[in-house]
Design a protein around this ligand. Structure first.
Ligand code: NAD
Length: 251
């Protein structure tokens, strides 16, 4: 139990990587606020964990929603120790298909949403005497692939944000890091691999075959990385991007 009495907010915590992280945080003794665009699913997911977790509706593109999620953590559980800025939205398509609404949405959620989330968390983390922010970036925050320009640009921006805040918040004892998962088996994967339908077996197989460790990433891979970065074991780690790609970028 590495996070006993710690309190976390997980944005996008009603599904996929966020939901897996909530589960691992609870296993390690933390209490958690799930802050998700889908308030009903956030409440449903929270109910499955009992009194250690509450769910709230939160759109990370709205700074006031982010502040309200942090206020819930402080009111319900007394403090904030970890902000997992995880909410994101996918985009795949060629450059000429990117209209203004699409670019705005992808940047608003993935980059500006991460900014508002971290900004909302900082005062409560300072009040707690220190803590941790972990962003869910992406392998595409570190490398690029064609047909993902808005998403790749936004996620690269998250790494810049993470580094800037690591320096700005270090004097307060707040560590700021990012995870950079490769393609991960979540509901978002179908948007990345094959439009919005079911992921074709061939697309999944091509991805799998390109990964040196020979398997796709799981939400648990990310959740375990977040637990490590939030724990005292990572006490000297800040400004770091932890890549979870099974060796893809080693070659
Ligand atoms: P998911 O679709 O399973 O979960 C995303 C969650 O975010 C959903 O519950 C959704 O309601 C919520 N959300 C969306 N927009 C929001 C908003 N504006 N405010 C608050 N919540 C919002 O997807 P996932 O794969 O678990 O994605 C989580 C994070 O991981 C995202 O940042 C994504 O970009 C990143 N990521 C995913 C993959 C992948 O292959 N699945 C790979 C690398 C990084």
């Amino acid at each position: 139990m590495r996070l006993v009495d710690r309190v976390a907010v997980v944005t996008g915590g009603a599904s996929g990587i966020g939901l897996a992280t909530v589960g691992r945080l609870v296993e390690e003794g933390a209490r958690v606020v799930i802050a998700d665009l889908d308030g009903d699913r956030a409440a449903e997911a929270a109910a499955g964990f009992g009194s250690a977790v509450v769910g709230v509706a939160c759109d990370v593109t709205r700074a006031e929603d982010c502040r309200a999620a942090v206020e819930t953590a402080v009111e319900r559980f007394g403090r904030l120790d970890l902000m997992h800025a995880n909410a994101g939205t996918p985009f795949t398509g060629p450059l000429d298909e990117v209209d203004q609404a699409t670019l705005d949405r992808v940047v608003d959620v993935n980059l500006k949403g991460a900014f508002w989330t971290a900004q909302a968390a900082a005062p409560a983390l300072i009040e707690a005497g220190g803590g941790s922010i972990v962003f869910t970036a992406s392998l595409q925050a570190v490398i690029a692939r064609p047909r993902y320009a808005p998403y790749t640009a936004a996620k690269h921006g998250v790494i810049g944000l993470m580094k800037a805040l690591a320096l700005e918040l270090a004097p307060h004892g707040i560590r700021v890091n990012a995870i950079a998962p490769a393609a991960t088996e979540t509901p978002m994967l179908s948007a990345f691999l094959g439009g919005m339908g079911d992921v074709p077996d061939s697309a999944r197989e091509n991805f799998r075959a390109s990964i040196p460790l020979g398997r796709m990433a799981t939400p648990r891979d990310s959740a375990d990385a977040v637990v490590f970065l939030a724990s005292d074991e990572a006490r000297m780690v800040t400004g770091h991007t932890l890549v979870l790609d099974g060796g893809t970028t080693a070659g």
